[in-house]
Write a protein that binds this ligand. Structure first.
Ligand SMILES: Nc1ncnc2c1ncn2[C@@H]1O[C@H](COP(=O)(O)OP(=O)(O)OP(=O)(O)O)[C@@H](O)[C@H]1O
Length: 348
């Protein structure tokens, strides 16, 4: 069933429209305070927006446009999975998973059969008799996934489902989610680009309580139009007006590149390029490319086998040997160069 949500929560300055087509997974991405959790909470019915509508299939779950309607969370046909498993400590794993169907009126035996089915789906059959206190974080999250699915919800809401897991456990739970989310209508809040790539068909990027970008995951990450999407995709993005084949960005920064057909002179455009395409120099090199930016190093961080040099607007990846040669530290002035052939320019 598809989700259509338009939500206005003025006291949090959130005003968004989000759609999840039937059987697809949409990731909500964005910086801290962007409005992701607020959007999820409003769809789940945990908060009541001042205006808007939430529709799941043909059913109106919430409406505050003229008429008024508010279906409580437990009657929405929505499964919610939070960061931590939040299992009932006094119930066995089996009864935790059977709890939803039981609450919906299913007889105990059938509810337990259904719970066993879903525990098998998440590779947790052998945990059925344990208490939640005797589970690892990854096991508990598997059980929580089974519990969310056991109610056979029309929509699944996932709020940073892997963020409480350690780095060894997260990949296997991510794989499990990839399996169980296939063909399900799901809205996923995440900070992690891997979750978006591996789990989501489409992404919606929020910033400051507004949708700033949306589209298929692969397009948003290869051709970002928002600085947040560019950052998580590990790309540099300069936004500005197009002047010939140059984007004129903040503080007069000029970045030349290959202009996509859709870009039109004078309109807002973005120049996008990899940090690996950026050269770093103490003094401007002879015969340098047309893009040359003076900048101050703000930070240095390891990045795979390279070092990522951050400045106010751009980042560059250089080898440790080059770093040693340049003897860079934060606060140093550098010249950054980018070849136009490495820069994609398109409408912003
Ligand atoms: N319980 C609350 N009461 C009032 N304002 C809130 C509450 N929770 C969040 N806010 C505010 O609403 C705005 C959106 O926050 P929200 O938690 O939805 O963002 P988020 O994108 O989920 O952020 P994060 O990634 O940090 O979880 C922020 O300005 C935040 O300060």
């Amino acid at each position: 069933m598809s989700l259509h949500a338009t939500l206005r929560v003025p006291d949090r300055d959130v005003d968004v429209a989000v759609e999840v087509p039937t059987g697809r997974t949409v990731a909500l991405l964005g910086p801290n305070g962007a409005g992701k959790s607020t959007t999820l909470a409003a769809v789940a019915g945990l908060i009541r927006p001042a205006a808007g509508e939430v529709r799941l299939g043909e059913r109106i779950l919430f409406c505050a446009n003229g008429s008024s309607r508010f279906i409580p969370p437990h009657s929405r046909g929505i499964g919610l999975l939070a960061q931590d498993a939040r299992l009932f400590p006094h119930l066995s794993v089996l009864d935790n998973v059977a709890f939803g169907p039981r609450s919906a009126g299913m007889p105990r035996g059938r509810a337990r059969d259904r719970a066993r089915h879903w525990l098998a789906q998440v590779d947790a059959t052998e945990l059925a008799d344990r208490r939640p206190g005797a589970l690892s974080g990854g096991q508990a999250q598997r059980v929580a996934i089974a519990r969310a699915l056991a109610t056979e919800p029309h929509l699944l809401l996932l709020d940073e489902p892997l963020s409480a897991l350690d780095v060894e456990t997260a990949p296997s739970v991510r794989q499990l989610l990839r399996r169980v989310l296939a063909g399900r209508t799901t809205l996923l809040v995440t900070h992690d680009v891997l979750d978006a790539v591996l789990l989501a068909d489409d992404v919606v990027v929020l910033d400051g309580g507004r949708v700033v970008e949306q589209g298929p995951t692969s397009r948003v990450l290869t051709h970002p139009r928002s600085s947040f999407a560019a950052r998580i995709a590990g790309l540099n993005l300069v936004r500005g007006a197009l002047d010939g084949d140059v984007v004129v960005g903040p503080e007069g920064m000029r970045v030349a590149g290959l202009v996509d057909d859709s870009s039109v002179e004078g309109m807002d455009a973005v120049a996008v390029f990899s940090p690996a395409a950026v050269g770093v120099y103490r003094v401007a090199p002879q015969g340098s490319p047309r893009t040359e930016v003076r900048a101050t190093v703000t930070d240095l961080e390891p990045h795979g086998h390279q070092v990522r040099v951050h400045t106010a607007y751009l980042s560059a990846d250089i080898t440790p040997a080059a770093l040693a040669d340049l003897a860079l530290t934060p606060g140093d002035e550098v010249v950054l160069t980018v070849k136009a052939s490495e820069v994609a320019i398109y409408a912003g």
